[in-house]
Ligand binder design. Structure first.
Ligand SMILES: Nc1ncnc2c1ncn2[C@@H]1O[C@H](COP(=O)(O)OP(=O)(O)OP(=O)(O)O)[C@@H](O)[C@H]1O
Ligand SMILES: [Mg+2]
Length: 453
């Protein structure tokens, strides 16, 4: 393991040296400086992570040194040495960003303990970063994290289709990553430096959606005080993402079809034809085939939008992605919330795997964010996961546990009674016959009941 580097800064030689000797004895690599400027030189040169500094020093004081050090290196941690009885100053220093303080004359064990805590913390941060890096190298394509083979096929399809101008229809349940896929297609295409413009077709009533898509001329309707460009124009050269396309009204469907066929349109209230070069990717969690049967969606538009279909499997059909995504989100939210939480207890992982995730990846992401915030130490436990949603998965899991518990208890009692079935049955409050059956089920070397007691 890498030796942790510590810098001790104090204008008093005796403090500097005694602290240095102690920390070297307990295994750290220690540097010393008698002034703030010298300390900054060492920090810059050695990229060290922990500084213990006196507060009151001639020239640059401890607080100023701390601020400058943190500018040089954001992840540096500072422990302040204060005179005995000056706790308020120490607290003020902590408000400014010091990790903790030691009082002078100090007890070296306290200094050691603080350094040890800090070193552990910094290692964890580094470890999380490198785990994140590993995750990203192996299982990442654009912002899509996955190791499922069905999703690998989706990624292959994205790569191929990105090279063309074909329309793509992304389907999948809510939260499966449809928008992520649309963005990946854009980033992989030659349009990547041009805009990616997203429009939700469900969020706006018909007239507003039309004006949002195609723009409007001044005075074309009440409230249209100025001319306004639409999303098609903004997306020129790039990609237009039509989200929830299944919610589009019949009129807008006609207009959209015309634009896709003729590659030109006019603004609402205008007749000037406007030419655009836009690749359209749309998404829906609706069954559009059914919508066509019900007369809610135009079949001709469906074929126009769906030149290349991409279907995203629900999370419950790619369970191998659950631990991977959970770890990815945990790293992300631990970093964001400055928590040291880094892993899941085996029971928590099992619970994540037994739940069905109707809200798919988005629901998982939210659950892990909450768990990262609630976690009390480095481990996410079952108690940190959402109680309400997961109660069913929890009860099936506990169902298994109950059996385990029963088995252990029965075999224990049998052991305690020396295999006396009548006595064990009495203690357990069940009949001898029931006990015998259960014991047979749980253990292969159950004696014949008649010879037992
Ligand atoms: N494979 C993945 N890797 C990493 N993050 C993912 C993945 N899939 C989804 N996400 C994240 O989950 C959330 C939901 O994804 P997205 O918005 O793409 O889903 P959606 O299918 O468009 O959902 P909705 O139908 O509700 O609009 C986002 O925060 C996204 O970053
Ligand atoms: Mg979406």
């Amino acid at each position: 393991m890498k030796k942790v580097k510590v810098l001790v800064v104090d204008d008093e030689a005796i403090v500097r040296e005694s602290l240095r000797d102690w920390l070297i004895d307990v295994g750290y690599q220690v540097f010393t400086a008698e002034t703030g400027p010298k300390a900054l030189e060492i920090i810059e040169r050695e990229r060290l992570g922990i500084v213990i500094t006196d507060l009151v020093m001639p020239g640059m004081d401890g607080i100023e040194l701390m601020k400058k050090a943190k500018e040089l290196q954001t992840n540096i941690e500072v422990i302040i040495i204060t005179a005995y009885g000056s706790i308020p100053t120490a607290i003020a220093a902590m408000k400014e960003g010091a990790y903790d303080y030691i009082e002078k004359p100090f007890c070296p064990e306290r200094a050691e303990l603080l350094v040890k805590k800090l070193a552990g913390h910094q290692e964890l941060v580094e470890e999380n970063l490198s785990l994140r890096k590993r995750l990203e190298d192996h299982y990442r394509f654009e912002n899509i994290i996955t190791k499922s083979s069905r999703m690998q096929r989706v990624i292959e399809l994205i790569k191929v289709v990105a090279k063309s101008n074909a329309t793509v229809l992304v389907t999948g349940e809510s939260g499966t990553g449809k928008e992520l896929v649309a963005r990946a297609i854009h980033s992989q295409s030659y349009r990547q430096s041009k805009p990616f413009v997203a429009v939700s077709c469900a969020a706006l009533p018909e007239s507003l959606l039309e004006s949002a898509l195609f723009g409007h001329e001044k005075g074309s309707f009440t409230g249209a005080y100025t001319q306004k460009k639409g999303k098609f124009e903004f997306a020129n050269g790039g990609t237009l993402f039509l989200d929830e396309v299944g919610e589009m009204s019949a009129n807008t469907q006609v207009h959209l079809l015309r634009v896709l066929e003729e590659k030109e349109f006019s603004r609402v209230g205008g007749n000037e034809p406007i030419k655009v070069d836009v690749r359209v990717v749309s998404a829906t969690n609706k069954d559009l085939r059914k919508a066509i049967e019900n007369g809610e969606f135009r079949e001709d538009l469906y074929y126009r939008l769906n030149v290349v279909p991409i279907e995203l499997p629900p999370l419950k059909e790619r369970k191998e992605d659950i631990p991977l995504l959970a770890q990815y989100f945990l790293n992300k939210f631990a970093l964001e919330n400055q928590k040291e939480v880094s892993e899941f207890s085996p029971e928590a992982t099992q619970l994540l795997l037994s739940y069905d995730w109707p809200g798919n990846v988005r629901e998982l992401e939210n659950a892990i964010e909450r768990a990262a915030i609630l976690a009390k130490d480095s481990l996410i436990t079952i108690a940190d996961l959402p109680q309400e949603n997961m109660s069913l998965a929890r009860s099936t899991m506990q169902g298994k546990n109950l059996r385990e518990v029963e088995k252990e208890h029965i075999l224990d009692v049998l052991g305690e009674t020396g295999g006396n079935y009548s006595e064990a049955a009495r203690l357990l409050g069940i009949t001898r016959m029931t006990l015998y059956k259960k014991a047979r089920e749980y253990s292969s070397n159950v004696k014949n009941i008649d010879s037992s007691d």
